[in-house]
Ligand binder design. Sequence first.
Ligand code: NAP
Length: 259
Amino acid sequence: MDLGLAGKRALVCASSKGLGLGCAEALAAAGVDLVMNARGAEALLGSAQAIRDAHGVDVETIAADITTEEGQAKVVAAAEGVDILVTNAGGPPPGVWSDWQRDDFIKALDANMLTPIALIKALVPGMMERGWGRVVNITSQSVKAPIAVLGLSNAARTGLTGYVAGTSRQVAAKGVTINNLLPGIHATDRAVSLDTGVAQQQGISLEQAAEQRAASIPAGRYGTRQEFGATCAFLCSQHAGFIIGQNILLDGGATNMTI
Ligand code: NAP
């Protein structure tokens, strides 16, 4: 299927690895020029070059912490005029509900709620003026069904979801869609870090923790960044202009619910 995206330009945040990289790769495969971001320059430069080599698109890289005002300013300056925005950042650490302090919540809100909101506010007005735009926020399955140890994530991402629900309906008439992609467990560094926590807590090996988790997923396995990226590229495509304010779960059936 031709996604109709050749020649468009996208900012993909937190994209040197994992799900953000999957989105960057899938958009590049559709002919989209990229601004890629991550904190660490080495992996970012390596991933950007691999995408240039594979797809022949232009890729600009901005090494910065997207959760800081300074980082956002650098990234937004480079991304001026983009047609597509994919927001993403690292997820908050796991823990116990009674231990988190105000500072922990402020950090999680900054990273996983206020950063995507700041980027939407900076880049969506230009999309509206030009009459076309796509925003995809990488959130989490925890928005649909809370994950006990990830209370900081549950809280921050649900706040973003409420903002998107209201905002997406105000910008849709200008040709701009805003939707959220909700990953369940995917085979990335984040999954390794979550499984390491389970292994330590239960006194089992990392492999056992991963097998145990995979067995709890109806699909019987972890998702891949390629599957995730393909869904993101479709949501950004010309075919997806009538999908507004939705929360699309990619979890191998793990969240047990009817609708
Ligand atoms: P990952 O494999 O750990 O990759 C994270 C990427 O984001 C890296 O490129 C990292 O590069 C970059 N990054 C992290 N913090 C950043 C920051 N402050 N500023 C700029 N770049 C940053 O993680 P992932 O699995 O792709 O997860 C992406 C998001 O989806 C996270 O919020 C995660 O919580 C959420 N999620 C993931 C899963 C899963 O199973 N993988 C499930 C549910 C939700 P640097 O470290 O160099 O900055």
